[in-house]
Design a protein around this ligand. Structure first.
Ligand SMILES: Nc1ncnc2c1ncn2[C@@H]1O[C@H](COP(=O)(O)OP(=O)(O)OP(=O)(O)O)[C@@H](O)[C@H]1O
Length: 217
């Protein structure tokens, strides 16, 4: 039980709360036990996930990639306390109907591509890139990557290409007519990721595999 907490999301793996922490509002992410798993194994897997998420967030912060600052990691209780980002998700930004200027959209795309390029440069693979996991700060509009719950460290070109493919699928399935924006994301990614040539080439293979799979049903 977290004191004065307001549940903001109940997912399949975790509960996300907004709660006061040291005189400020914080996000508290709590991973809960899975009833179908053996308790000892469950504790081990849950702890590993908590540590992995916090580690990837820290790794990004050390590289000055804007992500929520981790305040506290309580492995025993499977809790991560982190900065509450005030703002809106890119998903909400793209689905609100207030006719964003192409220049404004291009700026967001550039920030996304730049952040992802930098994240892959330090071998962090996000694992769940959707437009809900990209936030824009209220004050500055600057981009923040959130939800590192499925993230891991990998230097494999394939893993990074799949990361981009997951985001591409999220764009095409959720936001019609954003092909130009996604191309702008990849352009900025190309300018910021060290291995972009190989990764973008691999992305073409991953897309092809995806198409074959959907043709076969
Ligand atoms: N640091 C944060 N600041 C503001 N809002 C946040 C923050 N972290 C999460 N949220 C909000 O809570 C929602 C759920 O968080 P998150 O995506 O981390 O959980 P989840 O998808 O349930 O986790 P997981 O994918 O690890 O199972 C986000 O979509 C976002 O709206």
């Amino acid at each position: 039980m977290i004191h004065n907490a307001q549940l903001i999301k109940q997912g399949a793996e975790a509960k996300v709360y907004l709660a006061p922490f040291c005189q400020r509002q914080a996000i508290i992410k709590e991973r809960f036990a899975k009833a179908y798993r053996h308790p000892t194994l469950d504790k081990k897997l849950t702890s590993r996930r908590v540590i992995q998420e916090a580690r990837c967030l820290n790794r990004c912060q050390k590289a000055f990639i804007d992500t929520p600052t981790v305040y506290l990691v309580d492995v025993d209780s499977s809790l991560i306390y982190m900065e509450f980002i005030e703002g809106c998700s890119v998903r909400d930004y793209l689905t609100t109907d207030d006719g964003h200027l192409p220049e404004a959209q291009a700026k967001v795309a550039k920030e996304i591509g730049t952040a992802l390029g930098k994240m892959h440069n330090i071998d962090v693979v996000h694992g769940d890139l959707t437009t809900s996991n990209l936030m824009m700060r209220k004050e500055s509009g600057s981009l923040v990557l959130i939800d590192f719950g499925l993230s891991y460290v990998s230097n494999l070109i394939e893993d990074k290409a799949v990361d981009l493919y997951v985001l591409e699928r999220a764009f095409t399935s959720t936001h019609p007519n954003t092909e130009v924006m996604f191309a702008q994301i990849l352009e900025a990614y190309g300018q910021n990721s060290k291995a972009s040539k190989l990764i973008l080439k691999k992305l073409e293979d991953v897309r092809m595999r995806g198409r074959k799979r959907s043709m076969l049903g």
